[in-house]
Design a protein around this ligand. Structure first.
Ligand code: GDP
Ligand code: K
Ligand code: MG
Length: 299
């Protein structure tokens, strides 16, 4: 390890659909086949680790979103996210390319006033706007917070992705390698698989249903002598009417969720996946400690 090796924690924040996962996937690359069985760090669940043997190691933290809490669970999640802000070395905030600063953005900016760590703003999706507009957006965002850096980027096209990494390294402290060089995540493949299915369901479904969704993996087994993973999973929802919507007309919605999820799971595992999805109703599972735990949500 080099003497000027840097390492630290970065939290990725921003509203849903601004491209956080896309940026993360592109930074980590396609090679998400390796998972580490290492113990988790004390306060935070690690999502992904990026290692450049020459420069350093970035540990990206997965936090629930920062938003105005609507209920008790929401409050809890917001508290987790906001306390995490104080424990990281760099905050990476992703926003849409726009001149409109919404209430959500203002709330995040207010929360960030309490932290002293550098905040890097990534104005994402610049492939969707005109070049000359980007300068305006930078000006607009500059007014709401004293950012360490503002980087226009396209996570999807990979534009300025290297700049994002460079800037993170710029602000990271010198430090040791926390995880082995080939560690990409500390989460078991089974859990990532469930999350990928849940994410695809979130993307495909209307607003009110996703909050009541959980995914449980019943089976995840390597087919003997073949590079095929057989996976059986169940999407759990709270109402019969939701079940109907998740399945869709002649199974079309479930098919869509399944094929989108399969595509990503195959990329992660680097092998063919045979995915079978079911939908089950478990009324009020969010009020049941046993079911919550069963679906991977610790209280
Ligand atoms: P997250 O909710 O913040 O994690 O957002 P996702 O990474 O899931 O992205 C939400 C949507 O935005 C997806 O459809 C992405 O393909 C799309 N997206 C993400 N980054 C870009 C980008 O740079 N340009 C464009 N055009 N679309 C993007
Ligand atoms: K999303
Ligand atoms: Mg995401």
């Amino acid at each position: 390890m080099k003497a000027d090796f840097k390492s630290g924690f970065v939290t990725l924040i921003g509203r849903p659909n601004v491209g956080k996962s896309t940026l993360m996937n592109h930074i980590i690359g396609q090679k998400i086949a390796i998972t580490s069985k290492k113990p988790q760090t004390t306060r935070n669940r690690i999502q992904t680790v990026y290692t450049d043997p020459e420069r350093g190691q970035i540990v990206f933290l997965d936090t629930p979103g920062i938003h105005k809490a609507k209920n008790k669970l929401g409050e809890y999640m917001v508290n987790v996210a906001e306390s995490t802000l104080k424990d990281v070395d760099v905050v990476l905030w992703l926003v849409e390319p726009t001149n409109f600063i919404g209430a959500g953005e203002r709330h995040i900016a207010a929360q960030l006033q309490k932290v002293t760590v550098p905040v890097i703003l990534v104005i994402n999706k610049i492939d969707t706007v005109k070049r000359e507009e980007v300068l305006e957006f930078i000006d607009t965002y500059r007014k709401i917070y004293d950012f360490a850096e503002i980087i226009p980027a396209s996570a999807l096209r990979g534009e300025n992705r290297d700049v994002v990494i460079d800037m993170i390294f710029k602000y990271l402290p010198y430090g040791p390698m926390f995880y082995e060089e080939d560690t990409i995540t500390d989460q078991p493949e089974r859990q990532i698989t469930a999350e990928l299915i849940r994410e695809k369901a979130l993307h495909a479904l209307d607003e009110e249903i996703p909050h009541g969704i959980a995914v449980s993996i019943e089976k995840m087994k390597q087919r003997k002598g073949q590079k095929i993973m057989d996976i059986e999973a169940t999407i759990i929802c709270e109402r019969d009417s939701h079940k109907g919507i998740i399945i869709g007309k002649s199974g079309s919605m479930l098919k869509k969720i399944g094929s989108n999820a399969r595509f990503e799971i195959e990329k992660m595992l680097e092998e063919k996946v045979n995915l079978q999805l079911w939908v089950k109703v478990k009324k009020d599972w969010r009020d049941s400690d046993i079911l919550m735990k069963n679906f991977g949500y610790k209280k």
